[in-house]
Design a protein around this ligand. Structure first.
Ligand code: ATP
Length: 152
């Protein structure tokens, strides 16, 4: 661990997608798994997206065969967004959720959250930022005031 990481732990954006939040028993279990992985929950919010919100967040996937399915899934009900922190938060959270495709997760990493809870390639239950840059952009998307300087 570098001195930079000790002074300023890494942040990531985590989503518990609508299928997880449709079952009230699951978010507390996932939060416990997050804490067990030594990730800190810095902020949490409940989200309900419009089609326009989904289109904005998933703009890079527009035109792909799963795009409309993905936007339909993410607007199907409320979900939760978290800012997580640890020295290697991006890797820690993506490691905990496992591969994008739940069937592959069940074969190759059966202890991961997508292996345990993921339903299909699209309804894969979780999201995690893949770089510092995407973490910053995604945190600003869900927590628009987070990086703004405090007014005093
Ligand atoms: N081949 C696919 N078939 C169906 N849905 C897909 C496919 N690839 C991605 N998706 C859906 O689009 C989302 C975003 O895709 P992306 O490639 O950014 O996935 P990821 O980075 O592995 O996962 P995430 O960004 O959600 O952590 C996925 O989480 C999944 O819901």
């Amino acid at each position: 661990m570098s001195i930079k990481q000790v002074l300023k732990p890494q942040l990531t954006l985590a989503l518990l997608k609508p299928d997880i939040c449709a079952n009230a028993a699951l978010p507390p279990k996932i939060k416990q798994a997050i804490l067990n992985k030594q990730l800190q929950i810095v902020k949490e919010t409940n989200v309900l997206w419009t089609e326009a919100d989904a289109a904005r967040f998933y703009a890079e996937h527009e035109g792909k065969f799963f795009y409309h399915r993905l936007c339909g899934y993410m607007t199907s009900g409320p979900f939760k967004a978290f800012i997580l922190s640890s020295p290697n938060a991006i890797k820690d959270w993506r490691g905990l959720i496992g591969p994008t495709h739940p069937v592959r997760a069940r074969i190759n990493q059966p202890e991961t959250l997508r292996a345990l809870y993921g339903l299909t390639d699209t309804r894969n239950s979780f999201h995690g930022s893949d770089s510092d840059m995407s973490a910053k952009q995604e945190i600003e998307f869900f927590f628009p005031d987070y990086f703004k300087p405090c007014q005093s």
